[in-house]
Write a protein that binds this ligand. Structure first.
Ligand code: C2O
Ligand code: CU
Ligand code: CU
Length: 526
């Protein structure tokens, strides 16, 4: 178990003092990653935190592992990464518009024993972004082993909402990293996908919230705000909250790129890998002793490619993947013991399985009131014409020998790069093949607006209550969009950038088994 006591950095004196009056002892023992307001520079050490299992994390200067990094909009991120892992690694600042040399995307992996300094100004709106490793072929293993944290960007708008809802970051406004985990006989298992997992994704049978199963949070009655990221390698989540038998609605305040234009009340919302949701739960009428269970509901996952058996295997298909040791000394399955490994893996839960996530416990009677402003209505997007045919169309498909492709290509293909003019306003259409599975598609460096979806089914269809079949979680600005099988999704991207010179980003699937098998394309902004 990796439960860590709630801990504030010493530089967080202000935060600590404004929460002091609200909190009792039990509330201070919040099971969350440390919260780290970042003013100056910071060193993150990528290291194995549990040698026996190979679990790993980013450790901040004696403060703790995977801190939620809190930045004011406009401030400078200045982070040194020290790589103490036995594999290449990076820190990718997912969702932040970093210049590409500091994007940590895997074009320049940091070798074991080396370090690298990331430095750029935070230009993005207030919101929940996140950081994770991105080295080719090792991303899934490192993330699954625990390397992921949130980046909270704050600005006047965010602080105004905090005042009106009367929440406090780290106390009643909780950064939560959700992650699929595989347990056998109550023991967490290291990353060990077999060939089939490299096509579908590696699915465990439990959800970690901030690094542990059954994580308990303690809150006082009033509004509670949750900043959620799905840091699973492959599992999609269908979020829902229950107080006993009663399903509790929640309010979506924001997603990948900050606040959505108008807060939306929902009973359920999808969160596929890399997506974020900033939500509020109304716990104003709740009594001490009551609790709210957060769970992922069962849904039809539409993985429909059972018959396809491509030869590509991320373990063996790429030389680099085998050039470094695994994080765990055991359980790495290879072709020699594939059958044995399959037999030894009971109780894995498919994508779409019902799983408990975490519990919010009401502990104090002191009432906090507060309101969500009726209309957030925040203008934030440069206008992009909707009525034009797509500038580019990409079909996501399974190639019988090469695995998953984007527009028939994989990262290593000589002609894979997408070339875009800086400042261009483009519409992309992503078309998922009928015999496929959901792919959460992510673009680095820019946010986009989801314009339309088609061919929705089952639980997603029921949630598509906005114009052009959009779900509430599609509104606002996104950097990752889930494309269901046989679906066409149109997105509008503004390629304006403040970073001088040519920039090289990427467009890829954030199912990390797919990513490690190079379901990615470089994006050159010239
Ligand atoms: Cu969150 Cu290219 O990644
Ligand atoms: Cu990214
Ligand atoms: Cu994919």
């Amino acid at each position: 178990m990796q439960r860590r006591d709630f801990l504030l950095a010493s530089s967080a004196a202000t935060l600590a003092s404004c929460t002091a009056g609200l909190q009792t002892k039990s509330a201070v023992a919040q099971k969350t990653f440390p919260l780290l307001p970042v003013g100056g520079g910071l060193t993150l050490r990528a290291r194995i935190t549990e040698p026996a299992s190979g679990r790993a994390g980013y450790e901040a200067n004696g403060i703790g592992v995977n801190p939620a990094l809190v930045f004011a909009r406009g401030s400078t991120l200045s982070v040194t990464l020290q790589n103490d892992l036995p594999q290449p690694t990076t820190v990718h600042w997912h969702g932040l518009s970093a210049p590409s040399r500091y994007d940590g995307a895997g074009f320049d992996p940091i070798l074991p024993g080396k370090s690298f300094h990331y430095r750029f100004q935070i230009e993005d709106r207030a919101g929940a972004y996140w950081y994770h490793p991105h080295p080719h072929h090792f991303t899934a293993e490192q993330v699954y082993h625990g390397m992921a944290g949130l980046v909270i960007v704050r600005d006047a708008e965010d602080l105004a909402l905090e005042r009106s809802m009367n929440t406090r970051l780290g106390q009643t406004d909780l950064p939560i990293v959700l992650q699929d985990a595989y347990y056998r006989q109550n023991i967490w298992q290291p990353y060990a996908p077999d060939t089939a997992d490299c096509i579908d994704g590696f699915f465990g049978n439990a959800i970690h919230a901030n690094g542990a199963r059954n994580t308990q949070f303690y809150i006082s009655p009033g509004w509670v705000r949750l900043r959620l990221v799905n840091a699973s390698t492959a599992r999609g989540l269908l979020l829902a909250f229950r107080n006993g038998e009663k399903e509790i609605p929640f309010t979506i305040l924001g997603n990948d790129g900050g606040f959505i234009p108008t807060a939306q009340i929902e009973q359920k919302a999808f969160l596929y890998p890399a997506e974020r949701l900033d939500i509020a739960l109304d716990c104003r009428g709740m009594k001490p002793g009551e609790s709210i269970a957060a769970q992922s509901l069962e849904f039809a996952n539409r993985h429909q490619h059972e018959d396809a058996k491509p030869k590509i295997n991320v373990h063996h298909g790429y030389k680099l993947a085998n050039a470094y040791p695994r994080l765990s000394a055991y359980a790495w399955c290879d072709s020699r013991n594939e059958n044995a490994a399959a037999q030894e893996r009971p109780e894995m839960a498919d994508d779409g399985a019902a799983l408990p996530m975490f519990t919010l416990n009401i502990t104090q009677s002191a009432l906090r009131s507060g309101e969500i402003p009726a209309a957030q209505n925040r203008p934030f997007l440069s206008e992009i014409a909707q009525e034009k045919p797509p500038d580019r169309t990409f079909r996501l498909d399974l190639d019988g020998t090469r695995g998953w492709t984007i527009g028939g290509k994989k990262f290593e293909d000589a002609d894979a790069a997408i070339r875009v003019q800086r400042g261009a306003k483009e519409i992309w259409e992503i078309h998922n093949a009928p015999i496929s599975m959901p792919h959460p598609m992510h673009l680095h460096g820019f946010h986009f607006r989801v314009l339309s979806r088609t061919a929705l089914f089952g639980p997603a269809k029921a949630l598509a209550r906005h114009e052009n079949n959009l779900l509430s979680s599609d509104l606002g600005l996104k950097d990752t969009v889930t494309v269901w099988p046989n679906e066409r999704v149109r997105i509008a991207i503004d390629f304006s950038t403040s970073h001088a010179g040519p920039q090289r980003y990427m467009f890829h699937c954030h199912n990390l088994e797919h990513e490690d098998a190079m379901m990615m394309l470089p994006v050159d902004v010239v």
